[in-house]
Write a protein that binds this ligand. Structure first.
Ligand code: FAD
Length: 360
């Protein structure tokens, strides 16, 4: 629409989770690069190794730290300066701050317990840089792997571990195994919560003979060896039909305690939302009780925030979601920003949550 657009990205490659979250075997990075190159040719300026925020605001295993370790000369930018230098600012920072329900488990600090995103990001970076020859990734080769968390991220950790040549992989899921067909309380058009075999579950079945998922299993404790490395996970089974009054929505099944041998634990237990520090520097409001950025249906559409000229879109607005929604949000936000800058917009405003065309 004639605007000048600059994208600041802390990673060394553009694409967000499509580049460094979703593994290569599931999404070929050539597809992502092709699309980015089209945008580059259309005049979008991409600045990589650019962390918007402060250096002290990220912890070990964080994307910015991985990139610095791997040779990115990171520049740190103040979002307030970006807002001053530009006519509008869009926050599309994703929602990858990990949720860690094992945080208080005994042994949580043992070596060999890693967040899924740390594992997946390092793997893809090493794969793209050197076809895994630089050995800078966390290897699952010849290891007994336990993945905690039975969602899509957990499935990608299973698939990656299998490609490394792990000895075995088990995937703990706290919920019960879903039914083969829709339950009565899950009617159309809701998303059907039914038993599915994702690509990595099917691969494990082909290679090791079983679906790697173990249902209604709660990890209680990590056991270490003398060198401080994890060597076991103690678990208990849970019963969702017997919630504890005023407490957990399940009870623990007496006598179901078990210790699983392990060399590598991958935590794929979901995400709490966006990293809040960069928004705090700006004064952005958050949604309650979830930590996503708060947006309002304002004069310029539903991507506006409490700050003049600042817009929010994607997972950092909706919470962890899907690529199609991220694309839709990007389109909607572009429409809103175009309208903010020029008074009207010929761009599509995308679709609303229920699939209707959004009115710009
Ligand atoms: C392991 C995994 C597998 C998935 N698989 C699928 C799938 O198969 N299909 C599907 O539809 N969806 C999948 N998703 C979800 C999908 O990838 C996301 O919903 C989508 O990428 C969200 O896009 P986004 O642009 O909002 O955020 P992101 O893709 O998270 O991009 C945010 C970008 O902002 C950058 N950033 C954040 N903070 C800063 C900062 N302070 N300074 C500079 N840069 C910053 C990040 O580095 C990142 O590149 C998966 C997600 C994960 C984690």
């Amino acid at each position: 629409m004639g605007h000048e657009v600059t994208v600041y990205e802390r990673a060394d490659r553009i694409g967000g989770l499509l580049m460094y979250g979703i593994p290569n075997m599931k999404l070929d990075k050539g597809v992502v690069d092709r699309r980015i190159n089209l945008m580059r040719e259309a005049g979008v300026r991409f600045v990589t190794c650019a962390h918007v925020g402060k250096k002290e605001d990220f912890a070990s295993g964080h994307m910015t730290q991985i990139m610095e370790e791997r040779g990115c000369e990171m520049q740190y930018l103040d979002p307030n300066d970006l807002l001053k230098e530009n006519d509008a600012l869009l926050m599309a920072t994703g929602a990858t701050k990990p949720f860690d329900p094992t945080g208080r488990n005994p042994g949580r600090n043992l070596a060999g317990i890693q967040f899924a995103m740390d594992f997946l990001t390092r793997n893809t970076k090493s794969l793209l840089d050197s076809n895994l020859e630089d050995e800078t990734y966390i290897s699952a080769k010849d290891k007994h792997v336990i993945v905690i968390g039975g969602g899509d991220t957990g499935a990608d950790c299973i698939g990656t571990s299998l490609r490394h040549g792990c000895k075995s992989v088990v995937n703990f899921e706290l919920l019960d195994q879903p039914p083969a067909e829709r339950a009565a309380n899950n009617p159309w058009p809701q998303w059907p919560r039914i038993y599915r075999l994702d690509y990595s579950h099917a691969e494990n079945k082909a290679k090791h003979g079983n679906d790697p998922r173990a249902y209604h299993v709660l990890a209680k404790e990590f056991v270490g060896d003398q060198a401080g490395r994890v060597k076991g996970v103690k678990t208990v089974e849970v019963d969702w039909s017997k919630p504890i009054e005023g407490g957990a929505p399940f009870s623990e099944v007496a006598g179901s305690e078990k210790e699983w041998p392990v060399d590598l634990v991958l935590l794929a237990t979901g995400f709490v939302g966006p990293e809040l520090e960069v928004g705090e520097m700006l004064g952005l409001e958050i949604q309650n009780p979830r930590g996503n950025w708060q947006t309002f249906i304002g004069e310029h559409g539903e991507f506006t925030t409490n700050l003049e000229g600042v817009f929010v879109a994607g997972d950092c607005r909706r919470g962890q979601s899907l690529v199609v929604w991220a694309i839709n949000e990007g389109r909607g936000a572009a429409h809103a920003i175009d309208r903010y800058l020029t008074g009207s917009s010929r761009l599509s405003a995308g679709v609303t949550q229920d699939g209707a065309l959004a009115v710009g």
